[in-house]
Structure formats: C-alpha cells, structure tokens
Ligand binder design. Structure first.
Ligand code: ADP
Ligand code: ZN
Ligand code: ZN
Length: 704
C-alpha cells in the first residue's frame, strides 16, 4: 500500500512492502505513518514480486525500483490509485418530489428527470452532453433537489462482441505453426517463445492472431516496443484489427495521462497496452500474454539509475503471471539464442518473407581507393539516381548526427575537443556550433585555430547534416527527409516525417538508427549503409553482435512489398568476417562463428558478468576505490568468479569526471551474485566510497 510518511522535515509517499511484528530498531526512533493513501494495494502482487526479484537481482535500492514501477503521478499524495470523479445525483428530496411542481422551470424538470434516471450519478461533462448546464444544476442544488458526490470512476469492461474490424490475413505455414505453438494449450501457462523471423516475414501478423485468441478469452496483452517512434505505427495496426480499447504508453504523455492508462489496465478495461521499456510495470487485471518486439534491442536495458533489462524482467513477469511470452526479432540476441539451446525458450522460425516480398540483394561497396564526391562513390550515386527515376524511395543510413564528427585545423592538425570529456566535439551547422554528444556541452566555432591561429579549420568526416547537404546538391529536385535526433526534437516531428514517407512519393530518407527499427516502408527499394566500420573494431565484446544486428535491421527496410530491394554497404573492410557472413544475409552463420568465439572467453551468454563503475573528479580517487573493491573481492572470491580490472573506462573522462571500472565474471550465476551481495555492504562502508559515485551494473549491455 502507498502511505504518507515523515521523512526528515518532509512528508513523502512511500510503499509498504512487508509487515513485521518485531524490529531491532529502538522504539523511540520509529515514526508513525501519517496516512494510508489508497484503499487497495498500489501494486498488484505479481508486480510487487517482480520488484522484489529485481531488488535482489540488480542489487538495487528498493525505493528506486518501486519508483520505476509506479506511475510518476502516484508519487503525489493527492493522487490515488483509483480515479475519483465528482458526480451529480438527485437528492433524496429530488427523488421523491412531485416533478410537476417544477413545471414552470422546464429545463430543471428535464435535468432532474435525467438525474433520477441515473441513480449512480453523472459527471458534469456527461451532463453537458445531455444539454444540462451547470447553472441549472446549481439551481437544483439550491432547492435541495440535487447533490454532488465524490465517487470512484466505473470502468466498462470491454467485450469481445465484434472483436475484429478487418479480416485477418491467411497465414503461411510457418506463421500458422508459430501461432499454434503459442496458443496450443487451453490453459496458456507460462512458456517463453523466441519468434525468430527475418525482416518482413510477417511477425506482426503472428502477434495479431495470437492477440485475437487472447482477447477472445477476455484476457489482456502487454506489448513492448523499443522506440517511441514505433508506438503510433503499432497502435494503428492493432486498432485497424481490433474493436477493443488499446492504449499506448510513451514518453509524450503527461504524468496524468499515464496514470489514466495505468488505472484502466489495472481495472481490466484496457485490452491491449503498448509501450516502451517502463510499460513493463503496467498492472493487468487479467493478464493474457506479453510480447516483446525487437527483443535484441539495446533500449530495453535502462542505462542509468535502476539498470534493469525490461526484456529479461518481462520473462520473470510472465512466469509470475503464469502466461506465455513471445520475444520477436529478425536478429535474436545471443542470450536468447542461448536460452533456446538450453531449452528455456522455444524457437519459432519464420524464414521467408510474407506475401510476395523477396529478401533484398546485398552488395558490398569497397571504399578503398574509391573516388568519392562528397563522400559518395560514382556507382552509388547512379544506383540512387536509377531508383529515384523509377519512382522509388532510397534510404541512406548513417549512424552519426551533426555535420561532421571532427573539426580540424588544416595547418597544425589541432582538433576541437570537449574540455570536459576525452572526446571530439561534433560540428553542427544548423545552427552552427560545436556539440559534445557525451556531456552535452555546446560552444561557438572558433574563428582561428587556438594553437596556431590559422583560419583554415575544416570539417572532417560525414554526419547526417552533411550527407543531407551533399545529396541536396546531387539531387536538387528530390525531396530529402532527414530523421535524426536533431530533426525530431519537436513533438509530432517524427510522426510527420513518417507520414510523408508513407505517401510513397519518391524521396531520399537520411537517418540514424532511429530509422532502422521495425518500420515498414513499402516503397523503399534501395538501402545504403554508410560508415559502419567503426562498429567492427570497437573494443566492447558485444560490438560485432550489435553491428550485425544493426546492418540486418537497416537492410531489412528494403524491398518489403512487391518491388525487389537492394542493399549497398560501403566499407573500407569488405573482407571482414561479419560483413562476409552478412553478405548472404545469414545471421545464423554469423552467430555460430561469433558464439563459438564467445564461448572461449567465458563471456555472456556462456558466463555471467556485472560491472562496478566508479567516477570522481580526479582519476586517483576513482582508481583507488576500484582497487579497494578488488582487494575486498580477493578476500571473498568464490571459486569460478573472477575480477578483471580496475581499468579506465574507454572514455576515461566524461563530463569532467574520471571513470574506472571492475568487471566481475562468473561461470555460475549464484556464485557471482553472492559475491556482489557480500561486496556491496563492505565497500559502501568504506570512507572512500563517499568521495566517488559508484554503481553496479548487472548484465551490462554496453561496456564503454
Ligand atoms: P516483420 O515485422 O516480420 O518485419 P511485418 O509484420 O511488418 O514484418 O510484415 C511485412 C508485410 O507482410 C506486411 O505488409 C504484412 O501485411 C505482410 N504480411 C504478413 N503476413 C502475411 C501473409 N500471411 N500474407 C500476406 N501478406 C502478409
Ligand atoms: Zn592550427
Ligand atoms: Zn563532453
């Protein structure tokens, strides 16, 4: 239950997670709860259990875990888990009075008649819709015939009558097998399925037909998608199919709007809830199924504060709710593939594109010694020109926003670096400034080189803004739509761009990974992937996995309808094993090689890891704290668990702070977690811990 408690000089909203009859704490130190805020638990049992699981597993502060699970608006003592509405009713006198005595006040007669017909009460907006305005209600109240009452809003449960608004597609054999597998038992108990379907194989249709049956059973569904940009699209497709209340939870909603959706889900009147990571905690009265779309996506892992994986926790939740969970993707994470191998997940494969669509052809363009105009090769320009002349759309993928990643002095080689980070500043032209994408520091472009005073400062390398400029010069008559964080800051901007793409008119789309995910652009026939080489050589052990996934996801945007598609990948390293295995779009072949390499290192999924990170204003303080951690670890080290480090983070200085880390690796999950549990109180008690900011990241997805 939520309660209001005294906390220092403040009053805060807290959550009771356990009730004890005995405590070691001195009686005079105990304080009383000021007030219980709701008349029901704020978190249903399964969500509370999920939170308790996460507190243990992620070794995280209970308060912050619960804060993530509760809607923001419920941190306010004035809000309640239930919606309270103000309703107008006929008073006892109003019920009994002979209505003809009011005959001269015609409007009051009508109003009182309506109120008498609705003994459960009506809200002001509803009454207004019935032509009863507030002055009439007031008049009735003054005569003692009507009264106001605060009451709980009644949600209508949804019905399955006329469930379908459109006829479902007839499934191909593989799709049918997938749907049947998930729906096979009448009881629909917990089971995890990996829907491993290539891009364009019709995973959404599989979801829809699973949902249909779940909805017919009167059960609710929770769908997680990686990007807010995908919620309107998913919402639209689900709304086209089903005649039930479907709600989207995304970051454009106000706290009160989110609370409204949360209440409907909890009360069982929301049939389908679609949302990003944090929607995982939405309660459901009648849980039926959880679907995680693009399960490999990194955005499911929260990267600060409570560092949880919404995908992994969704599996735990499905187990607690005892319902099936479907993890869909064209490029499964190595963890999920491993879980299939271990028999924990059941794999459902879709190996063909749905309908008549064919997989795009894949071409590697060797950039070595290639003659480039504005960073583009001649064959590439003519391929783009050809597609546009056929009335098709071209997608140009470059995962770097801004004009150029480097601003350099041509005379002495000086680079514009961030003063707060070990990083170069990105040069932007719209508006002109230097921007550090790591700490957000922004500054003007210097007129002269600060080292040699030369005015010959040059933009080196390509960002989306520069590609936009180059392509506008090369294709002056073609519409160019750039989608990156800079062009989609305004509310609705992304949706408007997407709408324009969906008109199908020939155009060039330039985009970062925002464009790579899940979108269905039927008229894109050519995808250009530029400058992906850095991902092939990064030191993060997951870098090649993520690069391969990104390439296939971007490539998957081509040729999704009747028109065949083509992918051109520009690289200076065309022989690289990742690119070679992807040449045949063979993710499986790639994963087999990459997984056997992982096995040798004992890294996930073949072992378990957690990273301790510490940062401080000076390097020594952070480093020494991490050394102390390793010392403490060596005293308790369980067999099979080892500490790597301390090492400086790849970007050692970020936002003015120095960062060091220690990685713990274990063959056995339990032993690793025991070590973490023992270490945390030990190092928290060190005086040195107060001089640093530190945290532990369990199952980290990015090591930077
Ligand atoms: P994915 O999510 O697997 O990339 P989608 O679900 O977006 O693919 O499907 C791609 C296209 O194939 C969509 O236009 C969809 O309507 C179509 N499609 C899916 N299943 C079928 C089917 N059984 N018959 C015909 N077309 C289908
Ligand atoms: Zn210079
Ligand atoms: Zn910076």
């Amino acid at each position: 239950m939520r309660v209001l408690i005294p906390f220092g000089k403040r009053r805060v909203v807290a959550v009771i997670i356990d009730v004890l009859s005995h405590t070691e704490v001195d009686a005079n130190k105990l304080k009383s709860i000021i007030r219980v805020l709701d008349d029901e638990p704020a978190l249903p049992n399964s969500i509370l259990s999920l939170c308790k699981w996460a507190i243990q597993y992620y070794h995280h502060a209970p308060g912050e875990v619960l804060q993530n699970a509760l809607p923001l608006a419920l941190r306010n003592e004035d809000n309640s888990t239930k919606e309270i509405i103000t309703a107008w009713k006929a008073s006892a006198k109003g019920q009994l009075i002979d209505i003809t005595t009011l005959a001269r006040a015609k409007k009051q007669v009508d109003a009182l008649t309506i109120l008498r017909e609705h003994p459960q009460g009506l809200t002001q907006p509803l009454l207004k819709g019935l032509n009863v305005n507030s002055s009439i209600l007031k008049a009735l109240k003054e005569k003692g015939l009507a009264e106001i009452q605060q009451q709980e809003a009644q949600y209508q449960p949804w019905t399955t009558e006329n469930l379908l608004k459109e006829t479902p597609l007839s499934l191909n054999q593989q799709q049918q097998l997938a749907v049947d597998a998930v729906l096979h038992s009448d009881t629909r108990e917990f089971a995890a399925y990996l829907l491993d379907g290539i891009t364009g194989s019709g995973k959404t249709e599989v979801y829809l037909q699973i949902l249909e049956q779940v909805l017919r059973d009167g059960k609710q569904a929770l769908i997680l998608v990686p990007e807010i940009g995908l919620t309107p699209q998913t919402l639209k497709r689900f709304n086209q199919r089903f005649n039930v209340p479907i709600f989207a939870l995304h970051s454009n909603l106000t706290a009160n709007q989110r609370l409204a959706v949360w209440r409907q889900a909890k009360a069982g009147s929301a049939a389908i809830i679609i949302g990003t990571r944090s929607a995982l905690f939405t309660p459901m009265k009648q849980p039926g199924v959880i679907i995680i779309d693009e399960e490999h996506d990194l955005s499911y892992k929260q990267q600060d504060g409570f560092r949880y994986s919404a995908r992994d926790m969704a599996v735990v939740r499905a187990k607690l709710d005892n319902i099936p969970i479907v993890l869909g993707t064209a490029t499964p994470s190595f963890e999920s593939l491993f879980n299939v191998q271990q028999g924990r997940y059941q794999q459902l494969a879709l190996t063909q594109r749905a309908g008549d669509a064919k997989l795009p052809s894949f071409h590697l363009a060797d950039l070595r010694n290639a003659e480039l105009t504005n960073g583009l090769s001649k064959p590439l320009i003519s391929a783009m020109r050809h597609e546009l002349s056929q009335g098709n759309q071209v997608l140009f993928f470059l995962n770097r926003r801004g004009y150029s990643p480097v601003l350099m002095c041509h005379d002495c080689g000086w680079n514009a670096n961030c003063t707060m980070c070990d990083a170069r500043m990105t040069y932007h032209r719209q508006p002109t400034h230097l921007h550090c994408h790591h700490c957000d520091f922004q500054t003007r472009i210097p007129r002269h080189c600060p080292d040699c005073n030369s005015t010959d400062l040059r933009a080196i390398g390509q960002g989306t803004e520069r590609v936009d400029e180059s392509l506008s010069e090369l294709f002056p008559k073609t519409t160019i739509i750039r989608i990156d964080r800079d062009t989609t800051r305004r509310k609705d901007a992304l949706e408007n761009h997407l709408k324009q793409i969906h008109t199908g008119e020939p155009c060039i789309l330039i985009g970062t990974q925002m464009l790579a995910k899940g979108h269905h652009f039927p008229n894109v026939t050519l995808v250009v992937i530029s400058d992906i080489d850095s991902g092939l050589f990064a030191s993060d052990f997951r870098a090649t996995e993520h690069t391969a996934q990104l390439i296939l996801q971007v490539a998957g945007r081509a040729g999704r309808a009747e028109k065949p598609g083509k992918v051109i990948l520009q690289s200076h390293n065309p022989e690289h094993i990742v690119l070679q295995s992807l040449l045949h779009q063979n993710y499986k072949e790639f994963t087999q090689v990459a997984l056997s390499e992982r096995k040798l290192t004992g890294l996930p999924p073949f072992g378990y890891i957690a990273i301790f990170r510490a940062e401080a204003a000076d390097a020594n303080t952070a480093m020494q704290f991490m050394e102390l951690l390793v010392t403490h670890f060596s005293l308790i080290a369980p067999p099979g668990v080892e500490a790597w480090g301390p090492v400086p983070a790849l970007m050692t200085r970020k936002a003015g702070r120095f960062r060091y880390q220690v990685l713990l690796r274990g063959n056995n999950r339990t032993a690793l977690h025991q070590a973490i549990s023992t270490l945390i109180p030990q190092i928290s008690n060190l005086p040195e811990s107060r001089k640093v900011r530190w945290h532990v990241d369990v199952d980290p997805v990015q090591i930077d």
